[in-house]
Design a protein around this ligand. Structure first.
Ligand code: 13P
Length: 249
């Protein structure tokens, strides 16, 4: 089984003062946890220049929440994967459902961003997941298969690519799929990745995201083919984020 990863997506939250909360995460990431689980925090871009420096020596990795596909150029307001790597960050989330919905990102956009991440030496966390209407129509497996096929670059490897399954209806709602539904989806994702990438597909980490909290983490993280979590709201506080990671200890 791949080494587990608990990733925090801070979304549009966090000011300079939030660095103190991050410092509490560093303090709480003890030797037992370090032996069992990787931690990653993805702050807003405004903190990307700060957190990788604060995190030095802590073994908590820092990532961005998005990148542009190009390395540089006339793209006002965007940041490139190379710029992210330049801060000391080592990962980037691409294709989060909020970006797909708010910014019209297609599978092709997401794939170009994942390719940019590889070009810059960053781990890409590629997000997929169905809407409530798609699940009600029984289309969730087809939707996710299509997103995987379109969003993941050829020749992806387990060292540089992570998949996050985040059902849109479970994000920020307190709702989660049944453990059986998560198991079916993650087995399907694994099968797709193995069919396309062979042994590399076996080693890719598959995260579940959507209302992961300390009280459901043990159950969710115990589902086969769940190699960690992508945590939104509960990653903003050191105590809850570390409690989720402690499910592995
Ligand atoms: P919540 O954990 O707040 O539901 O957010 C999940 C998410 O979107 C992480 O990327």
């Amino acid at each position: 089984m791949p080494r587990p990863l608990i990733a925090g997506n801070w979304k549009m939250n966090g000011l300079k003062g939030t660095v103190a909360e991050f410092a509490r995460m560093m303090e709480g990431y003890d030797r037992t946890m370090k032996a069992r689980v990787d931690l990653l925090i993805c702050p807003p871009a405004t903190l990307l220049a700060t957190l990788p420096v604060v995190a030095l020596g802590s073994r908590i990795a820092i990532g961005a929440q998005d990148c542009h596909a190009k390395a540089s150029g006339a793209h006002t307001g965007d940041i490139s994967a190379e710029m992210i790597a330049d801060t000391g960050a080592t990962a980037v989330i691409v294709g989060h459902s909020e970006r797909r919905a708010d910014h019209g990102e297609t599978d092709a956009t997401v794939r170009a961003k994942a390719e940019a991440a590889r070009r810059a030496g960053l781990i890409a966390i590629v997000c997929v997941g169905e809407t409530e209407a798609e699940r009600r129509a029984g289309l969730e497996l087809d939707v996710v298969r299509t997103q995987l096929a379109g969003s993941i670059p050829d020749n992806a490897t387990g060292a540089e690519l992570v998949v996050a399954y985040e059902p849109v209806w479970a994000i920020g709602t307190g709702l989660i799929p049944t453990m059986d539904d998560i198991a079916v989806m993650h087995a399907t994702i694994r099968a797709e990745l193995v069919a396309r990438f062979g042994a590399e597909g076996e080693s890719m980490r598959l995260l579940y995201g959507g209302s992961v909290k300390p009280d459901n983490a043990v159950a969710i993280l115990g589902v086969p083919n769940v190699d960690g979590a992508l945590v939104g709201g509960a990653s903003l506080q050191a105590a809850t984020f570390l409690d989720i990671a402690r499910a592995y200890c």
